[in-house]
Design a protein around this ligand. Structure first.
Ligand code: MCN
Length: 794
């Protein structure tokens, strides 16, 4: 039974029956009695002073129930939105933390900043009324480009952050690094931009709230990735609603990719306003609102230098990054370019000296926060781009240069110079396998054949490492994180033998209902169809941290294992009583308790029944019931790693790129469900391909307008942009969690931009093109060819 459904089984996702047949329950599906609808009036300017807001005409529009402006929040003393991670700068000072009002009352700071909320009988009535609100703006100069945010004389986003600097942070020892670079045999230099991305989950953000005047209870439905944390923030920092009187429900959520971790203005407003309106309120973002107001991702400008000896051994790596925070600090924004980025700059290599300086800046753009990979794609992109460039400059094979610098397998656990200690890894077999599957040896023949067709063929490597499954709470606390990082689980048997598993993680596409049930099926020998995974409701699940940083299996799954272990331990005592044996002699095997060395046995279901109907039961020794809780705080991050190889062809006449071959070999430790893991890797690579070749959030430098604010201007990757991926695994179990598993949810997105861009640059090398920046759109590629060597392109 369990072999077919337990750990390692390739089974279909149980939740898909519901999701693919239209039987999911999303926030917008809610039908609340007497529900009203909210529409937010948003700033059309990147930076402006609100001189006045006139709502008189709008209030008289049909169907309008109530209109709120920023002044109402000031009068009600509503708190601002918070950033939950305090980063201390290189002088030990906390980052600049300007207020983040839920709705602007005096200054708007990005296109999309919230100005007023209209509540009406219908959504269209709310929208029509919003158009009748007259806001008198005094437009002010704006800055949107992180590369220029620190320039003298540019517009300032907040007076509390002079010169737009949020923090100037460093890791490593600068003096040593400069000396090492000065005497190196070779130094490769690279200026690189990590383009700004807009998450684009399938389901836009949505919220609905209802207030029960009798009990004083609020219920907030939100498309949140972490309902408990959302409740905590709203309760403790923003709205002051006692935590026990606020229930947050994140039902089926159609993707998040990080963008739904954070506490947003809109859901806060819906919750705050529900009692004032005296009726439920519902809001669902329009797609253009999502473009403007979902937290964006990436947006780094970096200069990097890699020093090598004459044999290609890395001596020192120096990185200088400017990271865009946008107009306000979102919930985890400050941690992304510091602890989730610079601490990963060792990559898979033994580079002895690493120094990174990160300056985070405010600009008049939407807030920037975690987006699939959060910091680690940016780190991988810098490392893997510069390593490939160094290989090219030193005329060393790109795979060989990587191999020469890999952390040796026997060196684990490996302490990097940038704080992290990698727990496990075995990198050489991964690249060997990737090379084999990608037929690297045959590449030059394929390049020649492509040339005969007039195409430029290139190949690119990316050997990534990531730290996920965040991480010991004490370490996170020392680094400035405001929350614990454990996860909780409750495994509750019903008297009839079926199981409900309550988890603090949240699934919004990752298939937890299947993989978590597989773990329980494996550990307890219960058939899958008798197991229900419950998540996403603060009233029914234990307090937990939700889902981000590919933590759900490594941390949330480990909590489930701990709870299962407790069930087995308790069950042994009950079974011993039923079989008149000593508990020490009872073993548990695939759903049955047995007395070792005898044929005496009792199934788990019978033990469970006895626990609920304790007529023949060791009541003096064991409590009735079969319901166990566990909290799991990880000893370390987990460190998935892998190598991707991308092969592509470029049409030199048009600059158009076709990815023709893509290989990814990963080490995710123990795999629970290979099919789900493959889906995760496919999705991640697709997102990385989008970043490398298509996607770019562009703000107009003069007026701060988001000019890529719709699917007409912001190109998302489609199925026919991708080849059939070739995937494979190597398994180095994680030594410190009970599953031996490492996260897989972000790996594809972390590694693939570098593999793709290294292939682009490899294809263009014969033309003397030095470096193409992302996204490598046909226009960018064609211009690079023309600028470098127009004759050769002919
Ligand atoms: N898994 C497994 N074996 C492993 C590792 C994982 O079988 N060794 C399974 C897990 O049990 C889970 C899935 O793979 O069903 C992903 O697990 P994990 O790596 O723990 O990641 P999380 O579940 O914590 O998901 C978060 C991660 C992140 S951070 C983003 S962003 C992301 C992602 O996963 N957003 C997603 N994948 C996404 N997939 C979808 N469809 N939608 C999103 O919004």
């Amino acid at each position: 039974m369990t072999a077919a459904t337990g750990i390692g089984a390739r089974i279909l996702r149980t939740e898909d029956q519901r999701l693919l047949t239209g039987n999911g329950h999303f926030v917008d599906d809610l039908e609340l009695v007497r529900c009203t609808h909210a529409y937010f009036l948003r700033s059309p300017h990147a930076h402006a002073r609100i001189k006045s807001i006139d709502i008189a005409a709008a209030e008289k529009m049909p169907g309008v129930v109530k209109i709120f402006t920023g002044k109402d929040l000031v009068d009600a003393k509503v708190g601002g939105l918070i950033c939950g991670w305090v980063v201390k700068d290189k002088h030990g000072q906390p980052h600049k933390a300007p207020a983040h009002p839920v709705m602007a009352s005096d200054i708007v700071r990005y296109v999309g900043d919230t100005v007023a909320m209209v509540v009406a009988e219908t959504n269209s009535q709310a929208k029509d009324a919003a158009e009748a609100i007259k806001v008198d703006y005094e437009v002010l100069p704006a800055v949107v480009d992180p590369g220029h945010a620190l320039d003298k004389g540019v517009a300032e986003v907040h007076p509390e952050a002079p010169g737009n600097l949020c923090y100037d942070w460093e890791i490593g020892v600068r003096a040593d690094i400069d000396a090492a670079i000065a005497k190196a045999a070779h130094v490769t230099k690279l200026d690189i931009v990590n383009n700004r991305l807009i998450p684009n989950a399938m389901e836009p953000r949505a919220a609905a709230a209802q207030y029960d005047a009798g009990s004083g209870h609020y219920t907030l439905w939100s498309t949140s990735q972490n309902p408990h944390v959302l409740r905590l923030i709203l309760s403790a920092f923003v709205l002051g609603i006692p935590e026990h009187k606020l229930r947050v429900i994140a039902p089926d959520v159609g993707g998040g990719f990080g963008s739904k971790i954070f506490c947003y203005a809109d859901e806060t407003m819906v919750c705050w306003a529900a009692p004032k309106v005296g009726r439920p309120i519902k809001w669902t973002a329009e797609r253009s609102e999502s473009f403007q107001t979902d937290c964006h991702g990436r947006d780094h400008v970096t200069h990097a230098e890699l020093a090598l000896d004459k044999d290609g051994k890395f001596l020192a790596f120096k990185v200088d990054t400017i990271a865009n925070m946008g107009a306000y600090l979102s919930t985890f924004s400050t941690a992304v370019p510091t602890y989730l980025y610079a601490t990963l700059l060792a990559g898979q290599y033994t580079t002895p000296l690493i120094y990174a300086n990160v300056r985070s800046v405010f600009t008049h753009t939407a807030p920037v926060d975690a987006y699939r990979g959060a910091g680690r794609p940016e780190a991988t992109f810098v490392i893997e781009s510069i390593v490939s460039k160094a290989a090219q400059e030193m005329k060393i094979d790109a795979a060989e240069l990587r191999r020469r610098n890999f952390i040796p397998t026997e060196a684990f656990p490996y302490q990097t110079p940038v704080a992290l200690q990698y727990d496990s890894g075995n990198y050489p077999p991964i690249i060997d396998e990737a090379i084999k599957i990608a037929d690297y040896q045959g590449f030059e023949a394929r390049r020649a054949e492509a040339k005969s067709r007039g195409k430029l063929r290139g190949i690119g490597f990316s050997s990534y490492i990531e730290a996920c499954g965040l991480a010991p709470s004490q370490v996170i606390g020392q680094l400035g994180g405001g929350v614990g990082q454990w996860e909780a689980a409750q495994v509750k048997f019903n008297p009839t033998g079926n199981v409900q598993v309550m988890t603090g993680s949240h699934s919004h596409g990752q298939g937890h209902e299947t993989t978590f049930a597989q773990i329980v099926s494996d550990k307890l020998g219960v058939p899958m169809e008798q197991i229900e995974i419950v998540h996403g409701d603060t009233a029914t699940t234990p307090f937990g941290m939700g889902t981000y940083g590919s933590r759900s299996l490594a941390v949330g799954g480990s909590a489930i294992v701990k709870a299962c272990d407790k069930i087995v331990e308790k069950g042994k005592k009950i079974a011993a009583h039923l079989m008149e044996a000593a508990a020490a002699d009872v073993v548990f095997d695939n759903g049955t308790f047995k007395v070792a060395g005898t044929d005496k046995n009792v199934p788990l279901a019978q033990v469970v029944f006895a626990a609920y109907v304790p007529h023949n039961y060791p009541l003096g020794e064991v409590e009735p019931g079969m319901d166990e809780n566990a909290f799991y705080d990880p000893a370390n991050f987990v460190y998935p790693a892998g190598t991707q190889i991308c092969e592509l062809e470029i049409d030199p006449d048009t600059g158009e790129i076709e990815v023709v071959n893509f290989t990814a070999i990963d080490d995710f430790g123990t795999i629970i469900n290979p099919m789900i893991v493959e889906g995760q890797v496919h999705g991640g690579i697709a997102q990385g391909l989008g970043q490398a070749l298509l996607e770019n959030a562009i703000y107009d430098k003069d007026n701060g307008q988001l000019v890529s604010g719709s699917y007409m201007d912001y190109a998302m990757p489609r199925a026919d942009d991708m080849p059939s991926f070739k995937l494979g695994y190597k398994v180095t179990p994680c030594p410190h969690n009970p599953l031996g598993s490492k996260g897989c949810g972000e790996a594809g997105a972390i590694a693939s931009p570098a593999a793709i861009m290294n292939a682009v640059n490899n294809a263009l090398e014969p033309f003397g093109v030095k470096h193409v920046q992302m996204p490598a759109t046909p226009l960018n590629v064609w211009q690079a060819i023309q600028a470098a060597s127009p004759k050769a392109a002919e």
